[in-house]
Design a binder for this molecule. Structure first.
Ligand SMILES: Nc1ncnc2c1ncn2[C@@H]1O[C@H](COP(=O)(O)OP(=O)(O)O)[C@@H](O)[C@H]1O
Ligand SMILES: [Mg+2]
Length: 421
C-alpha cells in the first residue's frame, strides 16, 4: 500500500530496495521525510524499513510510474533502469535525478570511458568492442599496451562481477565474445599497476552547488571493496585537491544531481587515473555516516531536493570502514549473539546491518571506527586491524587474533587494577 504523503514534507522516491535505499531512508527520517522505494520484494533491505514501498520491477514502465507518482523527485540506489524508460518518465514531467543523460555515464562503462577521455580526465588505455568485427582490433591493442589486459562488461556489472583479467589476447577475445553474445559491449583495458585505489566523492545540486568529502583510500579484495580509510593516508595535499576538483568538474560537466563517486587508481608514480563513476551513494562513502558532519545519504537527499548542501568535514583525524561480507559457511552463532560479543569487546564499533540473509561474499553490513585519538601511522594500523577483526567476527563468529572473551575480560580487569594501584 502506498502511504499518503504529507503535503508539508517533500517525497523522494528511490528505485531499488537495497542497502543504499535503506540508509537513505534512515537519513530521510531525520529530515522529516520518509523515502518511498521501488523494491522487487518485501524482504529487501529498504522495503523492510520504509512504510511506503512499491513492489515491482525497475524495468517495468508502469512500476516506475507508480513509484514516481506524486513524488518531488525520482532517484536511484542502482544504475540498472533502462535509459529509454527514464527518457519516457522525463517526457511525462517526472523530475529524475540524476537526469538520464548524466546517469548514462554510470550505466555504460564504454560510454563513460569515452566521455571521460573527451573531458580530458586521465583514464587507463582502453579499447571498446561493440561488435564481432571489433574483436580483430584486440590483438593490436594487447600488443601495444604490452601488459596484462582486463575485460569488462560495459553494462550490468558490480562488485567485480563483469570484470576479468585475461591471461592473453586469445582469452580476452573469448571473454569479449561471451559479452557480445549476450548483447553487451566490452571494454578492454590495460591492467594498471596500482599503488592503491582512491575514491573522490562529491555531491552536486541542480542549483549548481558542489561539495566534496575528503578523498579516501578503498581497499579491494577479489574486485570487492573490503575497507575504506578516510582520508587516504599520506596522500599529498595537492593530489587530494586535484582529485576533488576533478570530481566536482565532472559532476558539473555531466550534469550530475546527487552524489557522484569517482573511483580512482593511484599508479606507481603517484598519478591518478579515473576507473569509473557511480551516481548514487557509494560504498566508499559509508564512512560518512559516522565520520563526517554530513552523511552521503543525507547529502544525496539534499542534492536531489535542491536544498543547500551540508558541510563535508571529517569529525576525526581518521575513520575506517570495514564491509561485513557473508562467510563461506554461515556460522551457527546467531547475529544477535555475535553483536553481544562485538559490543562487549569493542564498544566504539559503529555497526550498520542491512537486514540481508547471509550468503558467501555478500555485503550484509559495514562497521565504522571513528579514530578520534589516532595521531600516527601506528594508531591507524591498530584501528584498521580492529575494523578487520570486527567485520570478520560479525560475519564468521571467529576472532582471527584468537581473542578469548573471558581471558580478555580478565586481562582488562587486571589492567584496571593496575591503574588503580
Ligand atoms: N584496469 C584495471 N587495472 C587494475 N585493476 C582493475 C582494473 N579494472 C578494474 N580493476 C579492479 O577491479 C575492481 C572492480 O572493477 P570496476 O571496473 O570498478 O568494476 P565494478 O563495477 O565491479 O566496481 C577495481 O576496483 C579494481 O580493484
Ligand atoms: Mg568499481
Amino acid at each position: 500500500m502506498i502511504a499518503v504523503p504529507s503535503p508539508r514534507t517533500p517525497l523522494v522516491a528511490m528505485v531499488g530496495g537495497g542497502q543504499l535505499a535503506r540508509m537513505t531512508h534512515q537519513a530521510a527520517i531525520a529530515l522529516g521525510q520518509s523515502l518511498r522505494v521501488l523494491a522487487n520484494a518485501a524482504d529487501e533491505p529498504a522495503a523492510q524499513v520504509s512504510p511506503d514501498v512499491v513492489i515491482g520491477s525497475h524495468t517495468d514502465l508502469e512500476d516506475l510510474r507508480r513509484v514516481a507518482a506524486g513524488a518531488n523527485v525520482l532517484t536511484f540506489d542502482h544504475e540498472h533502469v533502462p535509459p529509454d524508460l527514464l527518457d519516457k518518465l522525463v517526457a511525462e514531467g517526472i523530475n529524475v535525478a540524476p537526469p538520464p543523460h548524466a546517469l548514462l555515464h554510470a550505466q555504460d562503462k564504454l560510454v563513460m570511458r569515452r566521455r571521460l577521455e573527451e573531458l580530458g580526465a586521465p583514464v587507463p588505455r582502453y579499447l571498446g568492442i561493440e561488435s564481432s568485427e571489433g574483436i580483430d582490433e584486440l590483438d593490436i591493442f594487447a600488443a601495444t599496451v604490452d601488459v596484462p589486459i582486463v575485460v569488462k562488461a560495459a553494462r550490468g556489472g558490480y562488485d567485480g562481477k563483469g570484470v576479468r583479467v585475461a591471461d592473453d589476447a586469445a582469452q580476452a577475445r573469448d571473454i569479449a565474445r561471451d559479452y557480445l553474445a549476450s548483447g553487451i559491449s566490452a571494454l578492454i583495458e590495460e591492467r594498471v599497476v596500482l599503488r592503491r585505489e582512491l575514491s573522490a566523492l562529491v555531491a552536486r545540486s541542480p542549483f549548481g552547488q558542489g561539495a566534496a568529502w575528503p578523498v579516501v583510500e578503498t581497499v579491494q579484495r577479489d574486485g570487492i571493496c573490503v575497507q575504506v580509510i578516510a582520508p587516504a593516508p599520506d596522500l599529498p595535499e595537492e593530489t587530494a585537491a586535484e582529485a576533488q576538483r576533478l570530481a566536482l568538474r565532472l559532476a558539473g560537466e555531466l550534469g550530475v544531481v546527487g552524489v557522484l563517486a569517482v573511483e580512482l587508481f593511484e599508479t606507481a608514480d603517484g598519478s591518478l587515473l579515473v576507473n569509473e563513476l557511480a551516481m548514487r551513494p557509494h560504498n566508499s562513502g559509508h564512512w560518512t555516516m559516522d565520520g563526517s558532519l554530513t552523511s552521503q545519504f543525507e547529502q544525496h537527499l539534499r542534492a536531489v531536493l535542491d536544498y543547500p548542501l551540508g558541510h563535508t568535514d571529517a569529525v576525526a583525524p581518521v575513520t575506517v570502514m570495514a564491509n561485513v561480507l557473508g562467510a563461506a559457511q554461515e556460522p551457527a552463532m546467531t547475529v544477535d549473539e555475535r553483536m553481544h560479543h562485538l559490543f562487549a569487546r569493542m564498544p566504539d564499533a559503529r555497526v550498520h546491518l542491512y537486514g540481508k540473509t547471509e550468503r558467501p561474499g555478500r555485503k550484509v553490513g559495514h562497521i565504522n571506527f571513528v579514530g578520534t585519538d589516532v595521531a600516527d601511522a601506528q594508531g591507524l594500523a591498530e584501528l584498521r586491524e580492529r575494523a578487520e577483526l570486527a567485520a570478520h567476527w560479525l560475519s564468521h563468529a571467529q576472532w582471527t587474533d584468537g581473542w578469548d572473551p573471558h581471558a580478555g575480560d580478565d586481562a582488562e580487569r587486571s589492567d584496571e587494577e593496575e591503574r588503580r594501584r
